[in-house]
Write a protein that binds this ligand. Structure first.
Ligand code: GLA
Length: 383
């Protein structure tokens, strides 16, 4: 029996956020090198994914072929290199006639493209939704490519990317996809991060093992550096505090963790955010339980907690301040299922300090800086 793919949210890197059309074999290989040298692989990041713009503008003999100025020795050679580093390799196509950037899409070529990808050693396919013929049913197109991939002779994670349209969360698991984009494209600013996170609160229950809610690639560490001015948006991007909060949200909300910055140039702070093992462990919890949101009447607006049951009895508790000033957040344990009369409290392990900070009863109140967050792993203990 083969093991099923993607029990927990995939982790890796994708070329789009920073490089968009500006991709080539050298970039992919040096990124793979850096994944190993820097410790990103050890932290759990394993997929190196080439996004749009890798192919020629036209098919050749019906097949997709790489642009030889970008990939002079083809895609297989790059995939082999990535594999030789102990990493997995991903590529991109589209359910429509063209990709979003205007390259050939896989519409009515699904089975031969899946075969091509398998022959190159592809382990992950991101599958976009541009240029879908009006008469075609999108749900059916995802079913088609899923079937092609599931029968191409190679394990290929299917990453559906229809930006949350057509109520994708209601039907995507049935297609066989392992992840599904549930949001529009991210931009490197905190408003975008907030908007995407809020849009998914309440829809978390549709995500689970083997089929994950993809809130888009991370902008952590980009600091406004992108060849794509729409993504870079505002020069400077986010602050490190905002990137920390972005990463915490994507982690506790069970999104895949696909890095989007140029990892070869990332700062120590970016590396620290991306490799926080206690936060990653919450994202990779084997049960993939949806978090629920607590907003308390006595807390300021824009302050809330996300609470996620973890395998083995602990709870992940993220506390977020989306407000523009320092705010207090207080969490009443009664609201998460722990009345004082139970004679139990919560032993709080701080995922940023990497230590237990004490046992709390009835409630916990902390001050959170603007756009900052706190993340705990709480253990229920007898008092
Ligand atoms: C869409 C997707 C992005 C990216 C681009 C590529 O906008 O949502 O993530 O793949 O297409 O053109």
């Amino acid at each position: 029996m083969k093991t099923p793919l993607a029990p927990t949210p995939p982790m890796g890197w994708n070329s789009w956020n920073t490089f968009s059309w500006n991709i080539n074999a050298e970039l992919i290989k040096t990124t793979a090198d850096f994944f190993v040298e820097s410790g990103l692989l050890d932290a759990g990041y394993e997929y190196i994914v080439i996004d749009d713009c890798w192919s020629k503008k036209e098919r050749v003999n019906g097949r997709l072929v790489p642009d030889e100025t970008k990939f002079p020795n083809g895609i297989k050679e790059v995939a082999d290199y990535v594999h030789s580093k102990g990493l997995k390799f991903g590529i991109y196509s589209c359910a429509g006639t063209h990709t979003c950037a205007g390259y050939p899409g896989s519409f009515e070529h699904e089975f031969e493209d899946a075969e091509t990808f398998a022959s190159w050693g592809v382990d992950y396919l991101k599958y976009d939704y541009c240029y879908k013929p009006k008469s075609a049913d999108g749900e059916n197109l995802y079913k088609r490519m899923a079937m092609a991939l599931r029968n191409c002779g190679r394990d290929i994670v299917f990453s559906a990317c229809n930006w949350g349209s057509d109520n994708v969360h209601e039907w995507i698991r049935e297609t066989g996809a392992q992840l599904f984009r549930s949001t529009g494209d991210i931009q490197d600013n905190f408003e975008s991060v907030k908007r995407l996170a809020f849009s998914q609160l309440g829809k978390q229950c549709y995500s689970g093992p083997y089929c994950h809610n993809d809130m888009d690639m991370l902008v952590v560490g980009m600091h406004g550096n992108s060849d794509n001015s729409w993504i870079a948006d505002v020069v400077g991007g986010c602050t490190d505090t905002e990137y920390k909060t972005h990463f915490a949200l994507w982690s506790i909300m069970n999104s895949p963790l696909m890095i989007g910055c140029d990892v070869r140039k990332m700062s120590d702070e970016t590396f620290k955010i991306l490799t926080n093992k206690d936060v990653i462990a919450i994202n990779q919890d084997i049960e993939c339980r949806a978090p629920y949101c607590i907003r308390q009447w006595n807390n300021p607006e824009n302050v809330f907690a996300l609470v996620k049951p973890l395998h083995g009895g602990d709870y992940a508790i993220g506390m977020f301040n989306f407000g523009d000033k320092r705010n207090e957040m207080s969490l009443q344990f009664f609201d998460i299922g722990l009345p004082a009369a139970s004679g139990r409290g919560l032993e709080m392990y701080d995922c940023y300090e990497h230590k237990t900070i004490g046992t709390f009863t009835e409630r916990m109140a902390i001050n959170i800086e603007p756009h900052d967050c706190a993340m705990f792993r709480a253990k229920v203990v007898k008092l």
